[in-house]
Design a protein around this ligand. Structure first.
Ligand SMILES: Nc1ccn([C@H]2C[C@H](O)[C@@H](COP(=O)(O)OP(=O)(O)OP(=O)(O)O)O2)c(=O)n1
Length: 175
């Protein structure tokens, strides 16, 4: 059985909580984890499903350290130069792609996948992530902080008020 951090495997469940006055109210968490007022979350009368969330541990730094220990114990640092790690990561991305190959469109939560298929995907995504974290380390990129900076740039490039509901690339906007 795949770990689902206590939630439904597909990551969806009705986000309903009971308020302090005992009334059942619909709540959903925004991206920064704070609860949003019900009235603001209602979208044509529909309440968005609760987002799937990750466990808080291990942190990215924990994963960097665990992989560093793994390579040190095996005297593999001599092989783990940036270019080799990049090749290894791309190879693992290929293995992820293989799992999706010929399936056509796959719905969020992978409802038609078996547990062994889900576990295989978890393994391959982990391989990609492990190599990504080590690649960042070996390139001296502080990945969590770099992500914060990049997300700030993304928000500037794609103001929600301007691009809401559109998947166009920022270069396609004329104004
Ligand atoms: N030189 C290596 C070899 C492996 N690993 C670690 C990181 C990855 O998480 C995983 C990759 O192992 P494999 O190369 O054996 O690849 P798979 O686990 O994907 O096996 P397979 O290719 O049979 O699917 O092991 C590593 O850090 N350095």
């Amino acid at each position: 059985m795949m770990a689902t951090n206590g939630k439904h495997a597909c990551g969806f469940k009705e986000a309903v909580s009971v308020s302090s006055n005992g009334n059942k109210e619909d709540f959903a968490k925004s991206q920064n984890g704070t609860e949003t007022e019900p009235s603001k979350m209602r979208n044509g009368g529909r309440v968005p499903p609760e987002r799937f969330t990750f466990s808080p541990r291990p942190t990215i730094e924990d994963i960097r350290r665990m992989q560093a220990e793994f390579t040190d114990e095996r005297d593999w640092n001599k092989f783990h130069q940036p270019r080799n790690l990049l090749m290894a990561m791309v190879g693992e991305v290929g293995e992820v792609a293989e799992l999706f190959q010929w399936r056509g469109e796959v719905a969020e939560g992978l409802p038609d996948w078996t547990e062994p298929e889900r576990e295989q995907l978890a393994h391959e995504l982990s391989d990609v992530f492990i190599y990504l974290v080590e690649l960042a380390e070996k390139c001296r990129v502080d990945l969590p902080q770099a992500v914060i900076r990049k997300m700030a740039l993304n928000r500037l490039k794609y103001p929600a008020s301007k691009v809401h509901g559109s998947a166009k690339k920022y270069t396609e906007y004329t104004d």
